[in-house]
Design a protein around this ligand. Sequence first.
Ligand code: CTP
Length: 210
Amino acid sequence: MKIVISAGPTRESIDTVRFISNRSSGKMGYALASAAAESGMEVVLISGPVTLPPPPGNIELIKVETAAQMAIAVKTAATNADIVIMSAAVADYRPLNALPGKLKKSSGNLVIEFERTEDILASLGEIKRPGQILCGFAAETDNLISNAKEKLSRKNLDWIIANDIGKPGQGFAGDRNAVTMLSANGQLIELALADKAIIAQQIIAEITSK
Ligand code: CTP
């Protein structure tokens, strides 16, 4: 069984030396990759820039930087994958015109125009093969379950992992997490606060359970 997992943030260039990114640590995605490898799957981990060491085990690690690079890598790896989990915090916007060289400051304010990036998960939902399992994450501060359900159906997912990032001690940067798993056929599974390694094992077990 082949599983593709994306992890970490992306970086979108403003100029040659500056970028816009987010606080994703990659820990949840790396823990998912380890859990999948431990359960005997063929794992491809597609990672944005993180400070984590490559996870041990039989894992193919593909490093990317931008949302566009992640889109190409994920869609290529997904063509023959049984399961795809998008845990990466992919940038929704990138600077419209990344400048060659270094932007020089001037006295006034700086306005940067941004354009949308491709929604990789939505693209995967459009080309999903029969039997392929597609899982996304919803990191929310408000209306956790209703926002997650909306993403589950809009992106044609089988599972969504709803992550309340408004609560201290869980979510983006820490070592622990608490999530709610929602499935397209109506299951709702609460995973209580635990190390991301434990949460990852539970997610992999549920997704592969039938
Ligand atoms: N995702 C993606 N490509 C993007 C943005 C997000 O594949 N360009 C994936 C993430 O990996 C995650 C899920 O989509 O699995 C998150 O959904 P999204 O609707 O983008 O979440 P938010 O960015 O939090 O969206 P919103 O602004 O609507 O809250």
